[in-house]
Design a binder for this molecule. Structure first.
Ligand code: GUN
Length: 293
């Protein structure tokens, strides 16, 4: 069994970005919009700001009080959309309860060229039509980890457990774009165990602490654990690592697996956006800059 070291891979990616930014004299910049004081979001945002600083990406935080209006956030997004020096805009999720229902509506004001989280409908539509622009950080990180380990997905049975708009769905489509045979399973799936047992590559993103045990896993499968569940101050994945580790060929640990990859891929998208902006300026016209992942 091989443990896929997401921490190490993410450090390599960040080191490469740092070099590229210096070599090409790029001035990448991201704006992070955060509303309220969700403790988990505060940690994520702090980590994003720190990571940006480390690789040479300018990051500006727009931190609003919980009672901010929807219009104020949209005004902020519109100003950032128009600012040529800003290459990426993200709205940290989740928004406070009062704005939760409006989250997609608000996020969709981010111009597709700056949607480095890949959560907007344009970005998601691009993945659907195999013309990926910005792939969301978690799916992108998983694809990079598989590539790093030389795990070819073509023709493989991949089961993605979880159908969220920011992980399960874009990941399933990105893998389909790479010619995998993809099944999306979710909380209403019947015979989940049988379906998981067909997987050459099993990706689990359901937010249930150590839910996937050895009886869900085919001998020799690759297991990717997206879960982050905090139990009594300790982090666990959606996969029961101890139970599964001797049955699979590769596994991602929690912590130190998919988690660290997500920030590295967000930064990758910001640098990509900064390069696109230069290209757009040089060409003097808008371009979709679509690429294969
Ligand atoms: N909340 C948890 N993860 C993320 C993320 O990757 N992007 C945003 N915008 N919010 C999040």
């Amino acid at each position: 069994m091989n443990i896929i070291d997401g921490k190490k891979i993410s450090e390599e990616i960040k080191e490469d970005l740092k070099k590229e930014i210096i070599d090409k004299n790029l001035k990448p910049s991201i704006a992070i919009i955060m509303v309220g004081n969700n403790p988990a979001s505060e940690v994520y945002v702090r980590n994003k700001l720190k990571a940006c600083e480390k690789v040479g990406i300018k990051a500006e935080l727009f931190h609003y009080e919980e009672n901010v209006s929807e219009d104020e956030i949209i005004d902020c997004i519109e100003k950032l959309n128009a600012n040529e020096d800003v290459h990426g805009i993200i709205v940290q999720s989740p928004l406070p309860y009062k704005l939760r229902e409006k989250e997609d509506y608000i996020t969709n004001f981010i111009k597709p060229d700056k949607d480095v989280d890949g959560f907007g409908i344009y970005s998601l539509g691009c993945v659907t039509s195999d013309q990926t622009k910005f792939l969301a950080a978690t799916p992108y990180g998983i694809i990079k980890m598989l590539e790093h380990e030389n795990i070819d997905v073509e023709g493989k049975n991949v089961v993605v457990v979880g159908r969220s708009v920011i992980v399960g769905r874009p990941l399933a489509l990105a893998l389909l774009n790479k010619n995998a045979t993809v099944t999306i399973a979710h909380s209403k799936t019947k015979n989940l165990k049988e379906i998981c047992n067909m997987a050459d590559i099993l990706v689990v993103a359901i937010g249930k602490d150590r839910f996937i045990t050895a009886d869900y896993v085919k001998e020799g499968a690759v297991v990717i654990d997206v879960g982050i569940n905090r139990i009594d101050g300790k982090l666990y994945g959606d996969v029961d690592f101890e139970s599964v580790k001797d049955k699979c060929s590769y596994i991602t640990p929690v912590p130190g697996g998919v988690g660290p990859m997500t920030i590295a891929m967000l930064l990758t998208n910001v640098v990509e956006s900064a390069k696109n902006a230069i290209e757009i300026k040089e060409r003097g016209k808008w371009t979709r800059n679509l690429k294969k992942h």
